[in-house]
Write a protein that binds this ligand. Structure first.
Ligand SMILES: [Zn+2]
Length: 194
């Protein structure tokens, strides 16, 4: 098992090898499948999630993405525990990066979606979930980790340009609102002008 990125060490540059973030914590899920074209990785989608809603710093997101959410742990979980979704990576409130799906495989994060007229964004996108909500500030450690992760992704998958980093709300308008007004797009974009 690879060691996780120390949340305090934001100077460590993240490195992607063989579609994996070397410094991430890795978890295995069956909530994934093959991309129709593994060469086409051309959009980065930013999301948020919190489980239960508005609660942070537990392991329920990880449980949910690997299909092991305990339906009795919270009333909301009874409704969602059988939903099979995932993301390539989750960034926790302390900046820890957890990878669930290798980037060359298809994670199930976007649902019904369309980017510039092209549907089924899961086919050709990478999904990153920030532990958070639409209306609460994300942490500095999350921005630092996201900036590093997005930089590493852009280097590894050069079809992903600044204009092709979007929110879930952008590709599923009217259906999804994340990452929400709490997400500072300017901060991310400035950090990515390298
Ligand atoms: Zn989302």
């Amino acid at each position: 098992m690879l060691s996780s990125l120390p949340p305090s060490d934001i100077s460590t540059r993240l490195i992607i090898k063989q579609h994996s973030v070397m410094q991430a914590r890795h978890m295995t899920t069956t909530h994934k499948d093959e991309r129709p074209d593994p060469q086409d990785i051309s959009v980065l989608v930013i999301h948020n999630i919190s489980l239960p809603p508005n609660q942070f710093d537990n392991s329920y997101i990880e449980d949910f993405f690997v299909g092991k959410l305990n339906p009795t742990a919270h009333p909301f979980f009874k409704e969602i525990h059988q939903i099979r979704v995932s993301a390539h990576c989750v960034i926790k409130r302390d900046g820890e990066v957890i990878q669930f799906v290798p980037f060359n495989e298809r994670a199930w994060h976007a649902g019904v979606s369309s980017f510039q007229g092209r549907e089924r964004c899961n086919d050709y996108s990478i999904g990153i979930e920030l532990e958070g909500t639409d209306d609460r500030d994300y942490t500095t450690k999350q921005y630092d980790a996201l900036e590093q992760l997005a930089q590493a992704i852009m280097l590894a998958y050069p079809k992903i340009t600044l204009g092709r980093i979007v929110g879930h709300n952008d590709i599923a308008p009217g259906r999804k609102t994340d990452p929400g007004s709490s997400f500072n797009w300017q901060r991310l974009r400035q950090g990515l002008c390298f």
